[in-house]
Structure formats: C-alpha cells, structure tokens
Ligand binder design. Structure first.
Ligand SMILES: Cc1cc2nc3c(=O)[nH]c(=O)nc-3n(C[C@H](O)[C@H](O)[C@H](O)COP(=O)(O)OP(=O)(O)OC[C@H]3O[C@@H](n4cnc5c(N)ncnc54)[C@H](O)[C@@H]3O)c2cc1C
Length: 298
C-alpha cells in the first residue's frame, strides 16, 4: 500500500468532512432538493442528485437504499431540471447481478412515471461488464435510463459502438479510478483527447453526450466542435461536480443556451459518506490536492 493511501485511510472523519464539504449538498434528501432548487432558480443550472453511500452488502441495507432512492424520485418528480444518479455497489451488486438489476429497475420504473432521468454511474473496471449488461437490459424497457463511460479505458470505443440501438444519454468522463496500464491510458492529456473523440463517436451513433469535465480548454474545444457540426443545443450537455470552482465557465455555458448540470451528492448518514469519500480519495489522491488549492486559493 502506498503512502498516500495510508494517509487517506488514517484521516479522521471530521477532516474528510472538511475536505468534502464544498462537494456535498448536506444531510438528507431535503438538502439535495434544496441545492437543486437553488442552482436552478439562481443560476439556471440543472442537477443530478446522488446519495453518498458506502458499498452496501446486506439485503436490509440495500432495501433501505432503494427506499431512499424511491423517496428521492417522489421529492424531485416535479422538477424537470433534476435527475438522479446511482451506483451498483449501493444497490445489491455484491449479492448478485439479478438482484441488483431488479433494484435498479424498480427505481428506473418509478422515475419513468414522472419522466425523470436516471443515470447509472460507472465504478472501477471490475464492474464495467456487469454495469453495461444491467444497463442494456433495463434500457430495453425504459427510455429514461442513461449510463457513464470512462474515456481512460481502452475498451470504451468498442463499448460506445456496442452501446444500444436506441439513442441513450451517456455521461462521458475520464474516469475517477486509477486503472492499470494494460487496460487504461495513464496520461491525463491522452484521456482528455480520447474524451473528445468519444464525444464525436457518441454523436455519430445518435447518442446524447453528457460531457463531464472541468477542463475549460476541453469544454471550449467541444463547444467549437458542436457548433461547427450544427448539433442542436438539446442534444448534449455539460456536467461538473458541485464545489469545483467553475462559476464563470458555467455562466458562459448557460448564456450560450446550453445545459450545464452539476452532480449534487447528499449524505443520509455522515458515517457512510466518510467511507465513500475515503474510497474516492484513495482512488484519486490528486483530488485532495485540488481541494486544498480550491480551499486556500494557492
Ligand atoms: C458530473 C460528473 C459525474 C461523474 N461521474 C463519474 C462516474 O460515474 N464514474 C467515474 O469514474 N468518474 C466520474 N466522474 C469523475 C470524472 O471521471 C473525473 O475524474 C473528474 O471529472 C475529473 O476529471 P476532469 O476531466 O475534470 O479533469 P482533471 O484534470 O481531473 O480536472 C481539471 C481541473 O478541474 C479541477 N477539478 C477537477 N476535479 C476536481 C475535484 N474533485 N476537486 C477540485 N477540483 C477539481 C482542477 O482544477 C483540475 O485541474 C464524474 C465527473 C462529473 C463532473
């Protein structure tokens, strides 16, 4: 285990909370809803609301998580500017694919009644195949279901080509998990160049790219390309994380009449949020440095 990982594991909960606070709407569904309302009414920004949770193992905990998601659907159902994001590890994948798929299906079906979109987040490479299989099975039945693909993975180009016959919303990002050199690009500039290619490929295949990056030069490159290609403004969007300081960039996107959507996580219980955040920090220790820079302006 490397030193950075050990330091993150030893970090006390309150310190992790301090690190995380700019990125989290607060405690409880109400905090997520209030943040989504605030972003939309004040800035014209859309949200995808997510429950911060640790990997869930027991059926009892999985069911509790499903119930929270069903309550989120109820709480957000009259807000066309809000969608929901969720993760297989919170919804039963550790027990079985069939069980997880049924849990996902229940949430997607509930959201479909209100025309609300659900995005299936992508976790590390060990989950890519199963996540895509569950996505495709549920997408056959419901249109309000989208997925995430990670440009750093070599397989992603083929995954886009094999995605689905029906157009899908696809969040395309570099991927937060560090992956080995036999399966993934190692250099960030290469990952971002690949993301740009993937945006084009998604459009070629009729999909709706959700371009998730904070790299302003990449956002501008995508904007130029989308304009030149004449892609309608309701055929793609830009996505960023709550808390990453990109206010001017977000204003510029909104001013251009394009959608910008923020990932808005809330915590039901800080205990779970702290575990989850440690996992994210361990997956990408560089994030801790970015947070420090953001907090102290260095
Ligand atoms: C809406 C959304 C959903 C996502 N969903 C997934 C997912 O399902 N699966 C997955 O693997 N990854 C997901 N990610 C993470 C994504 O893959 C990247 O890890 C993350 O966006 C950073 O990549 P970047 O393109 O912004 O480039 P970077 O080079 O990492 O960031 C560019 C700049 O943005 C700033 N920045 C970026 N991230 C942070 C941060 N956390 N804190 C402070 N400053 C920051 C820094 O100034 C940095 O220099 C998601 C990202 C977004 C925006």
């Amino acid at each position: 285990m490397d030193l950075k990982r050990t330091i993150i594991d030893l970090m006390p909960g309150p310190l992790v909370r301090t690190f995380a606070s700019p990125y989290i709407a607060g405690k409880g569904i109400g905090a997520g809803v209030a943040k989504a309302d605030d972003l939309h009414s004040k800035l014209g920004i859309y949200s995808t609301v997510d429950l911060l949770a640790e990997e869930v193992f027991s059926r009892k905990d999985v069911e509790a998580t499903v119930q929270i998601y069903l309550r989120m659907v109820e709480a957000l159902k009259d807000r066309p500017f809000a969608s929901i994001s969720l993760k297989p590890t919170s919804l039963g994948i550790n027990e079985s694919e069939a069980y997880c798929q049924e849990n996902l299906r229940r949430i997607v079906a509930a959201a479909a009644q209100h025309g609300m979109h659900i995005t299936l987040d992508m976790e590390d490479r060990h989950f890519t195949d199963v996540t895509l299989r569950m996505f495709k099975a549920i997408r056959n039945e419901f249109d309000n279901f989208g997925i995430v693909l990670q440009s750093r993975l070599f397989r992603t180009t083929e995954d886009i080509k094999a995605l689905h016959a029906k157009p899908c919303k696809v969040r395309i990002c570099i991927g937060i998990y560090r992956e080995p050199a036999d399966v993934a690009l190692q250099d960030k500039a290469d990952m971002k160049a690949k993301l740009f290619e993937h945006v084009q490929l998604l459009l070629d295949h009729g999909h709706y790219p959700e371009i998730a990056t904070h790299e302003e030069s990449l956002i501008h490159r995508c904007m130029e390309y989308l304009d030149k290609r004449g892609v309608p403004k309701d055929a793609y969007e830009f996505q960023m994380l709550l808390g990453v300081p990109r206010t001017e960039m977000q204003k510029e996107i909104v001013k251009r009449g394009q959608i910008v959507r923020l990932y808005v996580p809330f915590a039901e219980d800080w205990k779970y949020a702290v575990h989850y955040l440690k996992r994210r920090l361990a997956a990408n220790p560089a994030m801790a440095v970015m947070v420090m820079k953001n907090m102290f302006g260095s």
